[in-house]
Design a protein around this ligand. Structure first.
Ligand code: ZN
Length: 276
């Protein structure tokens, strides 16, 4: 009898173990890796002359620790759509070390915001890209992914959550108005997101990115060069046709690959003036 009671107790513990195992947070293992990684980076930041300084020229004999500094701040916000089916799929992707992609925030359709990386750390969202003279966009930007398959409108709850987040980021890091741009703007030959359905005009009205306004009284100078203007705004002109399409995607909700019409040149002229 005593023996069988022992077995009941063991069985109860096994069952409890299984139950706790099932209730385990779905992202606990990736959270653990996150903690390990940030601890490693904290060590790099705290390194003093007694330790090798892995992120600068090693001259320990001449090291003097200044008292006046803070963290470097992000200077751009890059907006993406996930091109995936739902938020869970995106979170799975961003917590899989095999995929080697990430962002700082994921915003679901109903407005839930997942913060998945500290703003001061470098996410892997931009890839090979360029804006003006900046080529390492990941080092200077915050990446925000919107749950969207690329061919559906963005629900207002999702955009409201995005606007609230952008407000916070803009004031926290003093990000310039013109530096709220899309993935397709910085990688015109490779990317299309956040796509022609993204409400750039609405964002610009709230101070995130530029918009052109009334074009009816605009006189574009005869010597105005569209390609030069795109370059001055920031577009990578390695492939001028791709840059044109990226501009159209962002400001004209179109994707045709032709030289700019007079009406389109007016839009470009106004946007160019906002940047310069
Ligand atoms: Zn993207």
């Amino acid at each position: 009898m005593i023996k069988s009671i022992h077995w009941y107790i063991i069985l109860a513990f096994v069952l409890l173990g299984v139950m706790f195992g099932c209730a385990k947070q779905p992202y606990s293992s990736s959270n653990k890796i996150y903690r390990q990684q940030t601890k490693k980076f904290a060590k790099t930041l705290q390194a003093n002359p007694g330790l090798p300084v892995s992120d600068s020229i090693q001259q320990p004999k001449h090291w003097v620790g200044t008292t006046n500094f803070n963290l470097r701040k992000p200077h751009f916000v890059i907006l993406h759509h996930t091109a995936q089916e739902n938020c869970n799929q995106t979170l799975n992707t961003f917590t899989s070390s095999k995929r080697e992609v990430s962002a700082h925030y994921v915003i679901c359709k109903e407005g839930t915001v997942y913060h998945i990386l500290n703003d001061y750390l470098r996410a892997w969202h931009a890839g090979v890209s360029r804006w003006g003279q900046v080529e390492d966009i990941n080092s200077v930007s915050i990446g925000i992914e919107l749950d969207n398959n690329g061919s559906e409108p963005f629900p207002s709850a999702q955009i409201d959550a995005l606007l609230a987040l952008l407000n916070k980021l803009k004031s926290m890091y003093n990000i310039p108005t013109g530096n709220f741009i899309g993935h397709a703007d910085i990688a015109p030959s490779r990317k299309q997101d956040p796509g022609i359905l993204f409400p750039w005009e609405l964002l610009a009205k709230q101070g995130f990115g530029y918009w052109y306004g009334d074009t009816s009284k605009v006189n574009v100078p005869k010597d105005f060069n569209g390609e030069y203007a795109l370059k001055m705004i920031g577009y990578d002109m390695k492939n001028p046709a791709s840059a044109r399409v990226a501009f159209r995607r962002h400001f004209l909700s179109a994707t045709i690959n032709e030289v700019f019409s007079n009406a389109e040149l007016k839009v470009l002229y106004l946007i160019w003036q906002k940047y310069y």
